[in-house]
Write a protein that binds this ligand. Structure first.
Ligand code: DGT
Ligand code: CA
Ligand code: CA
Length: 571
């Protein structure tokens, strides 16, 4: 649903993007984005608030932004945005979607080469026109080209966090149909992959044709690509594709197994079935020797008939899960409920939206025992970071709250920067007073692999560092992982008892399942954290848990499943 506050938020976000490219003041740009973030989920009627002259009670709305909101409410336009739109063609904005192309580079590609689309940027890079720009060079050009290739690969996929709520609504709507006995999501979405190509849905019904027909008429459906007796493919209002398969309940287990995939898992499972005299399909198990096919009503039955334990969907990537299911050695995967606290959260002492108390209350509501407030330090200019004096002030705030909120515990932490030379941007003396030190690299991510590895290893060697945040630095659809020696980092982390973070922010999901698995195999412990910059974002936690599960993590592998006293023992 689009509210007027949503529309204002969208306009402010666009304004921020343009303003950033036009080289306007960084603080101004950030203020637009913050106000947009708040407005995007603003519950009250904006017009009523404006009439009451109370727009400035909205966090992040000061005089200048109030004026822009008033303009928008009056005319549907923001003057400053209109001016910038005239100055810079809209295609230039899309250039920023190329990994490694920031606003300044995007603007220069336009101003100096007249590039206004990603396709034009690709042609220019291939023709060697970008390397001649001052300060860019051959390496930048190659990187831009690589970024465009990455983007092309990702452009038709969406984040798990974007697809999940949509899929949940469709599943609900299917379950509400009178002829549907069961409905579930399948495919990469059920496997909780970081991104999904489409939404796969399954239904058990005695009347597949009727259900398929009803599905194609759901209000969220914008276009029907194909519809048959038991399947349909549609495009939803928001551009996502959804596939539905419906079969009678007797086949539901086989159906679910087949369309959950992955394809690689299914290929190996079919081989396993063949070796045991069956052919496997969405209809059931057919004996190769002939005779009646056996339909399976539950997924458990499919695996059981093949001599296997049921395999959690997150593991179905053909990474040894079938052998583990055969030998009874599947992991007892960590669950959402096992998480007792969040160890990477930003308050309004740095660039977060909420007060420490609001964050603590939000954590209490979520059933947590503790939360670590890990504000940015001063050197990360973009984040209004804290210096030593302000850390001391913040500590008083935390002490007072802890006295009041016990037994809930607020841990005093920081997200410190790993500088170019591998040192940290807070003196050891300050670090030693913190409960939790999270170290992160935010700059120089494109350095030589050896340099990046050395920086991370050096941070790990600092006796005060507890956690390495978002270790690979990838941002899905925007930035590939840093090039570095992950095994060397694992070795150092294991040796120094430093945990690696599984960052649950939907476009990070860093570490992902593969990296989690490698970390566990090397004896490195993990934490799952949201990196929330506002209280609502504590809800990202399940996405991080999903990555940990995809990496075969058990509760014992994850430090924040521990009570706080056992957490601090090692730190
Ligand atoms: P996605 O959609 O790219 O994120 O990945 P999946 O795994 O959801 O793939 P999708 O939607 O093409 O198919 C869902 C599952 O159905 C897939 O994991 C395996 C199974 N499947 C059954 N028949 C086929 C087939 O003919 N082709 C493919 N690719 N998958 C099939
Ligand atoms: Ca799919
Ligand atoms: Ca599909």
């Amino acid at each position: 649903m689009t509210t007027i506050a949503n529309s204002v938020a969208a306009a402010l976000r666009e304004l921020a993007d343009y303003a950033e490219m036009a080289g306007e003041d960084f603080y101004k740009v950030r203020a637009y984005r913050r106000a947009a973030d708040t407005l995007a989920t603003w519950p009250e009627d904006l017009r009523a608030l404006a009439e009451a002259g109370r727009l400035r009670t909205i966090p992040g709305v000061g005089e200048a932004i109030e004026k822009k909101i008033m303009q928008f409410l009056g005319t549907g336009h923001i003057e400053a945005l209109d001016r910038l739109r005239e100055e810079i063609p809209p295609g230039v904005l899309t250039l920023r979607r190329i990994p490694d192309v920031g606003p300044r580079t995007a603007f220069r590609l336009y101003a100096e080469l007249g590039i206004t689309s990603i396709a034009e940027a690709e042609r220019a890079a291939r023709a060697g026109q970008i390397r001649v720009l001052k300060g860019l060079g051959e390496r930048s050009e190659a990187r831009i080209l690589k970024g465009i290739e990455l983007l092309n690969r990702l452009s038709d996929r969406v984040l798990l966090a974007v697809a999940l709520p949509v899929a949940g609504r469709l599943r609900q709507a299917l379950r509400a149909l009178p002829t549907v006995q069961a409905a579930e999501t399948a495919g990469s979405l059920r496997r909780l992959a970081p991104t999904v190509g489409d939404i796969d849905l399954l239904a058990a019904t005695e009347n597949p044709a009727l259900v398929v027909d009803a599905f194609t008429q759901f209000p969220e459906v914008a276009e029907v690509v194909s519809a048959g007796e038991s399947k349909a493919t549609v495009i939803l209002q928001d551009g996502l594709q959804a596939d539905l398969m419906a079969l009678p309940p007797a086949h539901y287990g086989s159906l679910l197994q087949h369309f959950t995939g992955s394809q690689a898992h299914n290929v190996t499972l079919r081989g396993w079935a063949r070796d045991r005299g069956f052919s496997l399909s969405e209809y059931g198990l057919a004996p190769l020797a002939g005779g009646e096919p056996i339909p399976c009503a539950t997924e458990n039955e499919v695996y059981e008939r093949l001599g296997l334990a049921w395999i959690p969907p997150e593991l179905r990537e053909d990474q040894g899960e079938i052998a583990a299911a055969a030998s009874g050695t599947l992991p007892h995967l960590v669950t959402d409920k096992a998480i007792r606290g969040d160890l990477h959260v930003h308050s309004n002492w740095s660039d977060g939206v909420n007060t420490i108390e609001e964050l603590a209350q939000a954590a209490i509501v979520r059933g947590y025992d503790y939360i670590a407030i890990t504000d940015h330090t001063k050197s990360l200019g973009v984040a209004h970071g804290l210096d030593e004096a302000r850390f001391a002030d913040r500590q008083r705030d935390i002490d007072a709250l802890n006295a009041r909120l016990a037994p809930f515990r607020i841990l005093s932490g920081a997200e410190v920067e790993v500088r170019a030379d591998g040192s940290l941007d807070l003196p050891d003396e300050v670090l030693s007073r913190l409960d939790v030190v999270v170290a992160a690299i935010h700059t120089g991510l494109r350095g030589e692999a050896d340099r990046v590895t050395a920086r991370i290893v050096q941070a790990i060697q600092n006796p005060h560092v507890d956690i390495i945040a978002h270790p690979t630095g990838r941002i899905i659809g925007e930035r590939a992982a840093m090039e570095f020696d992950f095994d060397a980092v694992l070795e150092a982390a294991a040796a120094h008892g430093v945990a690696l973070e599984v960052n649950a922010t939907p476009n990070r999901l860093d570490l992902d399942g593969e990296h989690v698995r490698r970390a566990i195999q090397r004896g490195v412990r993990l934490v799952i954290s949201t990196d929330a910059h506002r209280a609502d974002s504590l809800d990202y936690m399940p996405f991080g848990v999903a990555m940990a599960r995809r990496g075969w993590a058990e509760a014992a592998d994850v430090l924040n499943t521990r009570p706080v006293d056992r957490l601090l023992v090692d730190w």
